[in-house]
Ligand binder design. Structure first.
Ligand code: F6R
Length: 615
């Protein structure tokens, strides 16, 4: 949540920071701001709303200098108005701060500082940080910015990512990470260095990055940087080379990132399978999981932890792992898990699924698992993210950058990763015959083609969206492995079109939600040819009998369903295990076209952010 960019070097800082913020806008877009040191002053420009407003503003009111910081905000404390936009200046204008996270004790600190004569100019929790730094700069730190920052952050409760600039030492940026309020990457270049909360912000300039761990501080200058713990010890951090191609993070011919990312799914699933299936040797290879056959055989249970879309992906993975590796799987929300005092030991693997690798609730669940002695794995998209680094083993989604706030290709690639994981575990545990492995890997090999064919329904979905976009409530029904697909379809619709939508297990409809059904309620049913097809037909009959407008996702060639549903969208025939991938893609398209028809901001829906780094 919130995006941070910093620059120090030979270029003009402002365009570098604005470009970086553009790439981070998906993290929050309530307000935006920059601070650049020029002459002997810190110049701040900020405004409510999006980066486009700031770009206009600096055209007429430019600032030019070689060091600066910027921020795009997802509001937590204080309304999204200009005075609450970051960067925040200290009372005497000597220090300026951008921040990700929540200062849990900010009211207390604010009262103490106010009593000492500090005048606050915003309603944010962040402002206490910069006021504390200014206080400690004169009182204990002898003007040293790093030292003043170190002293100040010791008073903060909560998790934080902070970048500080000062006119006292205008050759450096100080970056601090405490806990899991989002990452801090330091990018290195020739005579220049970058700071960013997320990799895409600086990928145009460098692929060489260092990531701060919790309770570390970086002092970043034009010609070098040093990393220390908050206790003052030097840290030798390892540089990572990040492979993403910034071009793939551009919209190209598509109208929205979400549309582009939906259409990239045949490619991204190919990349996810690539290198993991040895078709000649008839086996799945997942070396990054760091799992021995002995460990696999001793496993008793898998606990999947995730949030939002990633949680629904975990519900599908449960079918794979239970069926193929004969291991019991529990799926839990990251935000709930640690409050349950869960029972864990080294015969349990906790599997975190997270696109960003920075979701604070999922990271907290991983920490809980680590403390209780479980094996910790992650399925992650963002290379180098915290969830990848702290796990004992990981599987990359290989989806490439996902910029649209609503998750699409990360969902389908994480489902495929879990299919691969289930096969790998089944192989190591001896629960799958060679013939079974072959049949499943062939199912995977055919999947990109089926995804490509599914995307051909775009036109039909576009027309359907025009017919149903004005309804205000939708019910999504699925059964078995397609129940999580119904949940995901409903989430997609509500988050980008603001239409109320509920996902339900189809068999539960008659236990309550049926009371809602009338001629104003579209009911989206996933009625593909599988072992619950007949049951789904009965549910469609029951909904129709209450005048619902029934939209059915059906298998190509099913003519019976045309006599039952008002609208039928055909998907290619596929193995039941990959059906949810195809049905979710159809539901992503439906949500997308409904939202576009309603004129909603598809890539940046209100109140949401791509990376949820606050509790
Ligand atoms: C929905 C969506 C969110 C995320 C959730 C977890 O489209 O994007 O529900 O899935 O915030 O995010 P990650 O996967 O980054 O942990």
């Amino acid at each position: 949540m919130c995006g941070i960019v910093g620059y120090v070097g030979v270029r003009d800082a402002l365009p570098v920071i604005l470009d970086g913020l553009q790439r981070l806008e998906y993290r929050g877009y309530d307000s935006v701001g920059v601070a650049v040191f020029a002459g002997d002053t810190i110049h701040v420009r900020r405004n409510a709303g999006k980066l486009a407003n700031l770009r206009e503003r600096v055209k007429t009111d430019p600032i030019s200098g070689g060091i600066g910081i910027g921020h795009t905000r997802w509001a937590t404390h204080g309304a999204p108005v200009e005075r609450n936009a970051h960067p925040h200046l200290s009372m005497n204008g000597e220090f300026v701060v951008v921040h990700n996270g929540i200062v849990e004790n900010y009211l207390e600190l604010r009262e103490e500082l106010t009593a000492e004569g500090v005048v606050f100019r915003s309603d944010t929790d962040t402002e206490v940080i910069v006021q504390l730094i200014e206080k400690f700069a004169s009182d204990g730190a002898h003007g040293d910015v790093a030292e003043a920052t170190r002293l100040a952050v010791q008073h903060l409760r909560g998790a934080h990512a902070i970048v500080v600039m000062s006119k006292r030492q205008p050759d450096r940026l100080i970056a601090v990470r405490i806990g899991n309020a989002g990452g801090i990457a330091i990018g290195t270049g020739e005579h220049e260095h970058f700071v960013a909360s997320d990799i895409p912000a600086i990928l145009d300039y460098t692929h060489s990055m260092i990531f701060l761990e919790s309770r570390q501080m970086a002092i970043v200058r034009q010609d070098g940087f040093e990393i220390q713990t908050l206790g003052g010890q030097q840290v030798h951090a390892q540089a990572h080379t990040i492979p993403y191609d910034p071009v793939s993070a551009a919209k190209g011919e598509y109208k929205h990132f979400m549309q582009k990312e939906i259409f990239e799914q045949a490619r991204s699933i190919t990349d996810t399978i690539g290198g993991r299936v040895d078709f000649e040797g008839n086996q799945v290879v997942l070396p990054s999981l760091n799992l021995t056959a002995e460990q696999a055989q001793q496993l008793q249970r898998i606990v999947t932890v995730a949030c939002g879309t990633s949680y629904f992906s975990g519900l599908i993975g449960k079918f794979y792992i239970e069926q193929l590796a004969r291991l019991n799987v529990e799926v839990d929300y990251g935000s709930e898990y640690r409050y349950r005092d869960p029972i864990l030991d080294d015969t349990t693997a906790v599997l975190a699924i997270t696109q960003s690798g920075e979701t604070v609730d999922t990271l907290a669940a991983m920490e809980e698992a680590r403390e209780k002695g479980a094996i910790v794995w992650s399925i992650v998209n963002a290379v180098g993210s915290q969830a990848m680094r702290v796990a004992d083993g990981h599987i990359a989604m290989n989806a490439g950058p996902e910029i649209g706030v609503a998750s699409t290709k990360a969902f389908t690639t994480s489902v495929v990763d879990q299919y691969l994981l289930a096969l790998y575990l089944g192989q190591l545990r001896g629960t799958l015959s060679p013939d079974a492995i072959k049949s499943h890997t062939q199912t995977l090999a055919r999947l990109p083609d089926l995804v490509g064919r599914t995307l051909e329904i775009e036109r039909a979905i576009h027309e359907l969206a025009h017919q149903v976009y004005a309804y205000t409530n939708f019910l999504y029904l699925g059964r078995g492995i397609n129940y999580p697909a119904a949940l995901e379809g409903a989430l997609k619709l509500k988050e980008i079109s603001y239409i109320h939508a509920e996902g339900y297990p189809a068999g539960e409809m008659k236990h309550g939600p049926i009371a809602l059904i009338d001629e104003h309620m579209p009911v989206v049913t996933i009625a593909l040819k599988d072992n619950v097809y007949d049951k789904m037909l009965s549910q469609i009959e029951q909904a129709k009998a209450r005048d619902a407008i029934v939209i059915a996702l059906a298998t190509e060639g099913d003519t019976v369903i045309q006599t039952k549903a008002d609208h039928v969208i055909y998907l290619p025939e596929a193995s039941a295990l990959v059906n949810p991938v195809l049905s979710v893609i159809a539901l992503q398209l439906l949500a997308y076209y409904v939202a576009v028809r309603r004129g909603a901001d598809v890539d940046q829906p209100r109140n949401l952010a791509k990376s949820v780094t606050v509790e």
